[in-house]
Design a protein around this ligand. Structure first.
Ligand code: ZN
Length: 472
């Protein structure tokens, strides 16, 4: 804890106890995790990895016994966690899990555990596509959500946020929710801090709001913190500057969900005069890496919550300075264990961080870029699909393996769908209806069935491509 850390007020749930506070059930569990995270971040790297191996052994034991997909896929046993070399060699024999395999397994629900150990709570489901256009259903346990909350708070602590301030959030909110001009407002910063920490207002606006209105809304909220996607932040910074709007209280900007390229960071910081803090997380695997509080160019892998392997195509681990594909294994989701899952990103491994934290470092995250949608009436919109959108698309076309949306003209979209067989007429109509409902009736939509979708020049599958040239 830094000396200049803003005070952190804990809410007592116990009648008659005001101080020191005694929080309720989930809050107490989050605090128990946080207390350990405050110590483990300073452990030497090998001690962190050895502790992580103990948790991975528990995860693999569970997956072997309860998850049909993993029967026969995992080694019968793992070496002693203290024997790093033997353990790591055995770990790397586990096949990489692909999105295709998750989709195929999901049809028979073979990736879901028959049962959860006592205390892990209920199954919760979300849909995600990353930026790859392959929708995947992820199912998590309530215990996993508690761990996720603890890492949310770790990021607040690392970046010394004053939780009593106002947090403004612009991201996908579900159709029709958090709509302009009012957006949505609540007391408390959400699930991870509500009921546990004394926190200020959380105000949110739907990401589909046009940029000029986002800027106007933001100036009215006068927030201390702003959280959104880098592409949205870039446009907002330009809009607020052009409109002469000021954000006098703003202390920090938090970037999520897309790659924050160095030029974007510089432009946003220059426009508002505050630091940008980047977060590397995914819907299906949670927090992967958080920006170091002391070295902004370093991202610390959140090794207490997730195993991240950065590997060459032949399976060799990448050394500092080398770039490879990112394989993730969330440590605590026993509902639908993802083991060595290729999330479709590439990252560059960094050297140990001079801050003294033993958590491994990555220095660059590549390949999570998306285009903006051009609107028929002028302006642009972020085309990101929410979990609900993806669920609706899969419901419309159950055989869908992958999709891609191509904007071919200002008023025309082509929805490309790769599927196990040719689409029926009813499926093609349902898919076109879905696209018009999502993007607006002003678009002419054509649906094209394909065996395989093309990839970008960088070799990356993108789920949205705008082919309309920029006009000044
Ligand atoms: Zn560091």
């Amino acid at each position: 804890m830094h000396r200049d850390q803003p005070p952190l007020g804990i809410v007592s749930a116990m009648p008659g106890i005001a101080w020191p506070a005694l929080p309720g059930g989930p809050g107490a569990a989050i605090l128990a995790i946080l207390f350990q995270l405050q110590q483990t971040q300073w452990w030497p790297a090998d001690r962190i990895m050895q502790a992580q191996r103990r948790q991975l052994a528990a995860l693999l034991d569970h997956a072997r016994a309860e998850v049909p997909f993993y029967a026969g896929r995992l080694p019968a046993g793992l070496p002693d966690p203290a024997d790093a070399e033997a353990w790591e060699a055995t770990w790397r024999t586990i096949p990489v899990l692909t999105r295709d395999e998750i989709q195929a397994a999901d049809a028979g629900e073979t990736l879901l555990a028959h049962q959860l150990p006592p205390g892990h709570g209920e199954y919760r489901e979300v849909f995600t596509s990353g930026s790859t256009g392959r929708p995947v259903r992820a199912v998590r346990s309530q215990v996993w959500e508690l761990v996720w909350s603890a890492f949310t708070v770790r990021d607040h602590l690392w970046h010394r946020r004053d939780l009593t301030g106002t947090m403004a959030v612009i991201r996908e909110s579900g159709h029709g929710k958090a709509a302009y001009p009012d957006g949505d407002a609540q007391q408390g910063w959400g699930f991870s801090s509500a009921g546990l920490f004394e926190s200020g207002r959380l105000v949110s606006l739907n990401v589909t709001t046009p940029a000029d209105r986002q800027a106007e809304w933001l100036a009215r909220q006068d927030p201390d913190y702003l959280l959104s996607h880098p592409s949205i932040l870039m446009r907002l910074a330009a809009e607020t500057h052009a409109a002469g709007l000021r954000l006098p209280r703003l202390r920090q900007v938090i970037a999520i969900a897309e790659t924050l390229r160095p030029a974007m960071r510089e432009a946003i910081e220059a426009a508002w005069g505050v630091p940008v803090i980047d977060i590397y997380s995914t819907r299906e695997a949670g927090y992967l890496a958080l920006q170091c509080p002391d070295h902004p160019q370093h991202f610390h892998i959140q090794s207490e919550g997730v195993r991240v392997d950065v590997e060459h195509p032949d399976g060799r681990p990448c050394a500092p300075g080398e770039t490879g594909r990112v394989l993730v294994t969330p440590l605590h989701n026993l509902a639908m264990p993802l083991i060595r899952y290729d999330i479709g990103d590439a990252a560059e491994v960094g050297p140990p961080c001079p801050c003294g934290r033993g958590l491994p470092v990555i220095t660059r995250i590549l390949g999570r870029r998306q285009n903006m949608l051009r609107l028929p009436g002028g302006g642009r919109r972020w085309p990101l699909l929410s979990s609900g959108d993806l669920g609706a698309l899969v419901a419309a076309v159950p055989v869908l393996r992958q999709y891609r949306i191509v904007q071919t003209a200002v008023d025309a979209l082509r929805l490309e769908i790769a599927a196990a067989r040719a689409l029926s007429e009813a499926e093609a109509i349902a898919a076109a209806d879905w696209a018009r409902a999502k993007f607006g009736a002003g678009f002419a939509v054509t649906v094209q069935g394909l065996d395989e979708l093309p990839r970008s020049a960088a070799g990356k599958a993108e789920d949205f491509v705008c082919e309309v040239p920029d006009t000044p």
